[in-house]
Design a protein around this ligand. Structure first.
Ligand code: NAP
Length: 303
């Protein structure tokens, strides 16, 4: 099974980056694209995010071997329904959504006769929209495929080969396990960032201008995450509700234990935890998942 024509639905950060990465890494692949927002379609045309920006989703997918839905998770069902009638019978349907169980379910419901292989490139930034995409977004990043057990092996292999050609490292995972892992590594950290930035701006005894003026490394790094797209993240929490609530329960217990340690002056407990977490940061750097330079290499070191 070879993928010669790729249709991208949704031309924001992920869709635009996918189009640009295909153009750079697999120039022989023909790309078409569609976005529900006319202004995004115009900008996508100007930036040449895909070979042809189409006026409708059905036109974009009409000759596709692979369709990748790059819309917010809450829009996946509608995007799949929009293309159902005009999709070539052989086409593989995939996506880039940040949660997988719910997306797999809505895609299978909307396209029961097609090969559906959900995917999640674990790559992104806090930016969104057609301006934000760049060709190297997926390089050295993981792309997790969550095919159903009965997905044809040749189709999974073809999709794997495509993502690897874009520089990604591909792993297969059960969809429920993906949702739990990503709840820990991505979704809860975003929730914490949204909470701490919200709390800081609501404090009565510390003014907003003081929060901004004295924003040291810790708070500033949270604000980067808390600037992430509101639509995308609303949809992530609503669609990955079970896993997020499960991990959040555990997190709340651990936070209460820390609260008790601080109240009791238990420095040993604090020191032990902080030593363990520092090791995790070391492992992330050793595995090439982040920049080892102070302050992420931004050049200004704050506390
Ligand atoms: P984005 O920049 O906001 O782009 C999404 C685009 O899809 C928007 O232009 C949106 O238009 C359009 N759209 C919405 N519904 C549509 C429909 N039914 N048909 C066609 N276009 C539609 O979002 P993104 O950051 O690329 O995220 C896209 C997906 O990637 C999400 O599922 C997200 O979970 C996943 N993801 C994101 C990241 C990240 O870091 N951002 C990382 C990995 C995976 P409107 O704005 O008009 O709705």
């Amino acid at each position: 099974m070879t993928i010669e024509r790729v249709a991208i639905i949704g031309l924001g950060l992920l869709g635009g980056s996918l189009g640009l990465a295909l153009r750079d890494c697999l120039p022989e692949v023909v790309t078409t694209g569609y976005d529900a927002d006319p202004a995004v379609r115009l900008r996508a045309q100007e930036r040449q995010l895909v070979g042809t920006v189409c006026g409708s989703a059905t036109e974009a997918v009409a000759a596709a071997d692979l369709v990748v839905l790059c819309v917010p998770v809450g829009a996946m069902a509608q995007a799949a329904r929009d293309i159902a009638a005009d999709l070539p019978a052989h086409a593989i349907i995939s996506d880039v959504g940040s949660s997988k169980l719910s997306v797999a379910r809505v895609l299978a419901e909307a396209l029961p006769d097609h090969i559906v292989i959900p995917a999640h490139p674990v790559a992104g930034t806090e930016q969104s929209g057609p301006e934000a995409g760049f060709a190297t977004l997926f390089r050295h990043r993981w792309c997790i495929l969550t095919p159903a057990p009965n997905a044809p092996e040749a189709a999974v292999a073809a999709l794997t080969t495509l993502w690897e050609a874009l520089g990604a490292k591909v792993e297969r995972m059960d969809a429920a396990h993906h949702d739990l892992v990503l709840a820990v590594t991505s979704h809860i950290p975003h929730l914490i960032a949204y909470t701490i930035v919200g709390t800081a701006s609501d404090l009565e005894d510390v003014t907003q201008s003081e929060v901004i003026k004295y924003s040291a490394g810790g708070f500033r790094d949270f604000t980067r995450i808390a600037a992430s797209d509101p639509t995308m993240w609303r949809d992530v929490f609503l669609s990955n509700r079970e896993a997020v609530l499960e991990v959040l329960g555990r997190f709340s217990e651990d936070l209460t234990a820390l609260q008790r340690a601080i109240r009791n002056g238990d420095g040993e407990q604090l020191f032990d935890l902080f030593t363990r977490t520092r090791e995790i940061r070391r492992s992330i750097i050793e595995q090439g998942q982040d920049d080892a330079r102070p302050d992420f290499g931004r050049g200004s070191v704050a506390d």
